[in-house]
Design a binder for this molecule. Structure first.
Ligand SMILES: [Zn+2]
Length: 156
């Protein structure tokens, strides 16, 4: 995962892989055990001075690293993220560090932090369309109100 630039994995896929690689199958709900596993990964990565691999793990439904990511900040001694977008940006930067450290083929510019595709798409949907530039009255150069009729010229 970390060897492919911009690749991410969902919690669900990760859980599947862990079970395949360990041969331990569990019927326990994902939420009940994946956090514990990732928590160990976070601490181990910190101990080794490695970038945080858990940044690669995102939720299936929205592409966010989610709440559990706060632990990454905690072990690093960083203040908690002030907002969800900030947290997700932090994870995006951590992912880039992972791709770099673990030998992903990077673009010529070295790559840029990127949100997981699903979350990126949501951000773009939510993004307010850029406001059209204010209309200016051709006669007096005052900004026109939404009615399009110039207040100052009409008063003359
Ligand atoms: Zn005018």
């Amino acid at each position: 995962m970390a060897r492919t630039y911009r690749a991410v994995i969902t919690y669900k896929e990760l859980a599947e892989r862990i079970q395949e690689s360990t041969g331990i199958r569990t019927r326990t709900l994902l939420h009940n055990w994946i956090g514990t596993v990732l928590s160990k990964v976070v601490r181990e990565a910190h101990r080794r001075g490695d970038p945080q691999l858990t940044a690669l793990v995102v939720r299936t439904d929205d592409g966010m690293v989610g709440e559990g990511y706060k632990e990454v900040l905690e072990v690093a001694g960083e203040p908690p993220a002030e907002s969800v977008p900030e947290r997700e940006q932090h994870a995006a930067r951590a992912r880039l560090e992972c791709y770099r450290r673990f030998g992903a083929a990077l673009p010529a510019d070295g790559g840029v932090p990127a949100l997981a595709p699903l979350y990126q798409a949501a951000v773009e949907r939510r993004r307010v369309r850029p406001e059209s530039p204010p209309r200016i009255c051709p006669r007096c150069s005052m900004q026109l109100p939404s009615t399009g009729a110039c207040d100052s010229c009409d008063q003359r």
